[in-house]
Every structure is written in C-alpha cells, then in structure tokens.
Design a protein around this ligand. Sequence first.
Ligand code: FAD
Length: 418
Amino acid sequence: MTLAQHGAIIIGAGVAGLSTALYLQRAGISVAVIDPLPPAGGASFGNAGLLSPDTAVPIALPGMLRKVPGWLADPLGPLSIRPSYFPHALPWLMRWIGSGRMQRVMAISDAMRALHRDTLDCWKELLGPSVYGSLIRPSGQVQVWEQEAENASAQLERRLRERHGIRADPLTADDLRQMFPGIARQVTRGLLVPGNGYTVSPRRSVHTLGELFCQEGGVLINERAMKLIPRAEGGWMVMTNVANRSSGQVVVAAGAWSRQLLDPLGIKVPLETERGYHAMLFEPEVSLSLPISNKTRAFGMTPMEDGLRVAGTVEIAGLDAPPNEERAKILVQHARRMFPALKGEKVRYWMGFRPSTPDSLPILGGAPDRDGLYFVFGHGHFGMSGGPPSGRLVARMMTGQAPGIDPTPYAAQRFGAR
Ligand SMILES: Cc1cc2nc3c(=O)[nH]c(=O)nc-3n(C[C@H](O)[C@H](O)[C@H](O)COP(=O)(O)OP(=O)(O)OC[C@H]3O[C@@H](n4cnc5c(N)ncnc54)[C@H](O)[C@@H]3O)c2cc1C
C-alpha cells in the first residue's frame, strides 16, 4: 500500500461531489475525487433533470401521515415500503413525520429556498455559458392536477411560493391542451412556474462536470473508499480498496452511501434512501416542450435529448434489495393515462438511490468536532438543483470565504450528531 497526499479528497463523483470539487479546484486547491464508478454512476444518472430555483416545499407536510395508509394500499400509489425493511426505516420515518409540523415546515422552506435560488447561476458558472446553453433549458416547468379543487397540500404550496415571491401562473384546461396537445381530459388545471428549468441530460451534465474538473487539473481516482481514519498528526487517511490516501481536508459526498463511511467514526446522521425509478422512452411519439409534473399521481415527464423520461415514486427498501421494476412500469401506465398517444415499446427501466434526510435539507459543512472532515450529502429529491449551490457553499466554507448564505440550517449538528 502507498500513502498518496492530496490537497483535498472528495469521496463521490455525483453532482454533489463534482460540484464541490470544481469550486475547490478553482479556488486553488489540488483536489482528488474518489469513486469506483465514472461520473454520474449514482442517483445523478437517472433523475428527472428538473432544475428548480423555486425549491421551497418540503417533502413532509402537515396532514401527510393521514395519506400514507392510502398510498401504501394502492399498487399504483407513489409510496411503497418493503415490510422486511420497515423496522430499519422506522426511526427515520418518525423524524420525517416530526419535520412535517407547520412550525418546522416554514423554517425548512426558508432554508430550501435560500440554498436553491441560485441553482441555474451555479450550473452556468460551473459549465460555462456555451456548454450550459447546450445542456440546460430555462424553460419553466408545469405542474398539473386531475381534480378541480385545490387540496390542503396545494394550498400550503401556494402559501410557501407566495412567502418567497415565486411566480406561478395558473393554467386552465384549455391552456394545457394548447401547451400539451393530446393531454387527457382528466387533467383539469395546472401552474406554470417560469423561473424553473431542466437539463436535457442529467448524465451528460454531471459527466461534463467531471471532464471540466480533470481539464482544470483535478484527478479522478477509480477506487472505493473503505474507511476514514483520523491521523495523529492531523488530517485524514482514506483507506481505499487499493491505496492509502491522505489529506488535511476530506469531503464525504457519497450520496446514499455516505452513512457507511460515518457510522464507524461514531457520527450518526439520519440518512435513508428513498429509492426512485425512471422509464426512459426512446421513441415516445409524444413530444413535450417543457417538463410536466402530475401532482395528483406524483410523477413527472421530462423531454430529454434521447427521449422522454417518466420519473418518480418513492420506495423505502434500503440499499441492498434488488429493484422492483414493476414500480417503473407503473410510471409508464401513469404517463399513458395522461397522454393516450404515448408509445412505450423501446424503454429502459432504471432505479436510483435518493440520499434523503427526514427534513428535506441536505447535510452540509464541517463534521462536528472533527477538523478537516466535511459533508455534502443528503439532497434527497432535489440534488440536481441543490448539488451545485451546495458545492459552492461548502467550498467557500473550506477556503475561508464568506459563505453567502447562513449555513446553520444544513449543519449535521441539527440532528444532534457528534
Ligand atoms: C427517480 C429520481 C428522480 C429525481 N429527480 C430529480 C430532479 O428532477 N431534480 C433534482 O434536483 N433532483 C432529482 N433527484 C435527486 C437527485 O438525483 C439526487 O439528489 C442527486 O443525484 C444526489 O447526488 P449525489 O452526488 O449526492 O449522489 P449520487 O449521484 O448517488 O453520487 C454518489 C456517488 O458516491 C459514490 N460512492 C458511494 N460510496 C462510495 C465509496 N465508499 N467510495 C467512493 N465513492 C463512493 C457512488 O458510486 C456515486 O457515484 C431525483 C432522484 C431520483 C432517484
């Protein structure tokens, strides 16, 4: 085994790790990113690609607990929990319910908005204007509902948008039919959120972050981090499957797998994986000019450079259970119901691991009482939007720059981690 020295080591080459790496590298630090997979081999590969500066609505909201039994009982529903995994997930689920109290919701919403509002600017800064132009569409996003009346969750979402001054334009059934020819009659109303956008390829966006990082002097190392060991003389040793690597500064950005590296250090963080699925339709015969999210059935459709992506669903089943492709097939059923002309013969089913905290906020910043150890993980449903601004925030904290936003709401300490 060799002991290689690096200016900073980042564990994980997803959107969170590579954004942090690129910001740090540009701040003059020589950075190595460790991942056994090439860039975008995790959740960053297959997400819905929505980039949403308006992100301000937590996943846990008041009254949701009442809906859970109905969701679980519905085979086409948006949530499933594998019975054998339920006892493992229970403490996280209890915290998730606690985060849905109205007082917490307001504070979480403020922190979500503060972090995400610059997402498009950060993507542009990282990719440069011309690559940004080829990958990112600041087109707005549309949300639709299949019932006339605004339910309690939609009302609260409206209040949260108003609280943050986020523009959202109501759409009637006729507006929707003009924007999305062929959309089914049961879709009766919608909203256009013009400040949001999407990427035509999450994989290519994150892969490009990796290419830029290497072009600018960074090193991508194809290894798996096995253990983090504090060094007596200060700094950290990362024991990988083939080497010992040391640095004064180590960033854990290993998405849903981050807890595996922290548990042996005695750092306890409530990180669970909300597994999600996509069905990639390569010859859909339906074309969309911008993404559409069906809020009644909790799934979305995004036009991408290689087809139409239908994504969504939450499955609580841990990191080891094999994918249940039926959950992805349900997404195709939903999409066909919304666009009856949709074809789905040439399709890829995919599952990925959302790295989720119970309060919908990522875990960012220095580890409690461990000098030189930093966290950038836990982005849950919002990592494609939150990864770049999180990378900017943590790189600023590591290099002694003004953070730009108050980092306190994202600290691991909020969960009592020591
Ligand atoms: C179906 C679905 C739809 C989604 N839609 C959206 C959306 O529209 N908009 C949005 O903003 N977000 C969305 N998300 C969420 C988003 O994809 C994630 O939050 C984000 O990709 C997380 O990025 P990450 O870098 O933290 O993790 P990942 O992309 O999972 O990367 C983690 C990396 O760490 C590596 N790693 C793990 N363990 C080790 C180790 N021991 N040593 C070295 N490397 C290690 C892995 O190989 C992996 O490459 C969606 C997610 C899913 C599943």
